[in-house]
Design a protein around this ligand. Structure first.
Ligand code: ZN
Ligand code: ZN
Length: 364
């Protein structure tokens, strides 16, 4: 699906406002998600140079067709030398005094290429400015994310009904990945996590040959990428029955998630949402078992601004799409996490995911 021209224009208008305010003559964009966001172009290894009135995409022969089809309003220049050298050359020719680049993604070698051509230009990083604009999703973007979620949820429902004792983590992961792809997703948005039993205490466990046991638990964290936009959800399941202790913990995590969700609004910070969820887990005496932050932004990248963590003390941008993923991890015993996605509004947040997360739905 093409990014609508209006959508790209709105984004650029916002960035150009900032450029004018800071007297910046050019922005050099290189991140794959970034180039896509600011031009609609879906290839890789390209450089986009935005000035207050122009947009030029430096790409190679493989992507000409792609570039012309996906990024109207953008001039396409084929590079013969190094894309960054050509982008730098253009900035030099324009006589720009100040330029921005993405310090979070620009490789050192590419930066040096740019620097060589732009000795007279004051270069400075603008990653946080770009991230701030990208954090506030438009209606169109929220719809894309919801479409990715619907696909992810359906693939999960189908996979959930297949989970049996004796299956390995890798088998479950493959079933899920297969359904995601067949349903039309471009890819998973990150490697699927399926962690059985004690493995579930490691938040980023890799699915392996461990088998799912009767009465045991399995944590599944998966995401899809559809039209460039990502989803990210987690469910924890028990096979046959859920032990009383885990039943209690499940309720704690569910309550923590509700508390975090209730705190989400553009009047509040990521730190406040994180603290609200954390308080519920601390109340249950499990504070040190929740060792990661509450959530993160999701968009063209599965981890982007903002963060629901004690470090994000700024108000959340209206339109931010975030995960809310409290968890409890007990090494040697197991772990449970419930992860959903919501869109931040002025007076609260709207849950975007619709997959059942009741205790009853956790038993298969
Ligand atoms: Zn996740
Ligand atoms: Zn996540």
């Amino acid at each position: 699906m093409k990014t609508p021209v209006k959508e790209v224009q709105r984004r650029r208008d916002e960035l150009r406002k900032r450029m004018r305010r800071e007297r910046v003559g050019a922005v050099v964009l290189v991140g794959e998600a970034s180039v896509r966001y600011w031009s609609g172009f879906t290839g890789s290894e390209s450089v986009l140079v935005l000035t207050p009135s122009t947009a030029t995409l430096y790409t190679d022969g493989r992507y000409v067709e792609e570039a012309e089809a996906t990024s109207r309003e953008t001039a396409v220049a084929l590079w013969r030398g190094h894309p960054m050298a050509e982008a730098g050359e253009r900035i030099k020719r324009l006589g720009v005094k100040r330029a921005w680049f993405e310090e979070d993604v620009l490789r050192v070698g590419w930066y040096e290429r740019l620097r060589e051509k732009t000795r007279q230009v004051r270069l400075s990083g603008c990653s946080s400015i770009l991230a701030g604009i990208r954090a506030a999703k438009s209606r169109w973007e929220v719809q894309r994310i919801e479409a990715a979620l619907r696909l992810a949820e359906e693939a999960f429902r189908q996979t959930r009904s297949l989970v049996r004792p004796g299956m390995t983590e890798a088998e479950v992961a493959l079933e899920l990945d297969h359904r995601v792809r067949v349903a039309g997703a471009e890819s998973s948005s990150f490697p699927t996590i399926v962690a059985a039993g004690a493995n579930a205490s490691r938040p980023h466990a890799q699915p392996g040959r461990r088998r799912i046991k009767e009465g045991g638990m399995v944590l599944i964290d998966w995401g899809v990428r559809l039209n460039g936009y990502c989803s990210d959800l987690t469910r924890t399941l028990w096979i046959g029955r859920i032990p009383p202790l885990w039943r209690e913990r499940y309720e704690v995590v569910l309550q923590a998630q509700k508390a975090g969700l209730a705190e989400l609004s553009s009047r509040r910070s990521g730190a406040q949402a994180d603290a609200a969820a954390r308080a519920v887990i601390a109340e249950a005496g499990l504070a040190e078992r929740f060792a990661h932050s509450l959530g993160h932004g999701v968009g063209l990248e599965v981890h982007e601004a903002p963060r629901l963590s004690r470090l994000w003390t700024n108000p959340l941008a209206e339109g931010s799409v975030v995960t809310i993923e409290p968890g409890i991890y007990l090494p040697g015993d197991g772990g449970l996490r419930i992860e959903d996605m919501a869109c931040v509004g002025v007076d609260g947040a709207r849950l975007l995911s619709s997959l059942d997360r009741s205790l009853a739905s956790a038993v298969v």
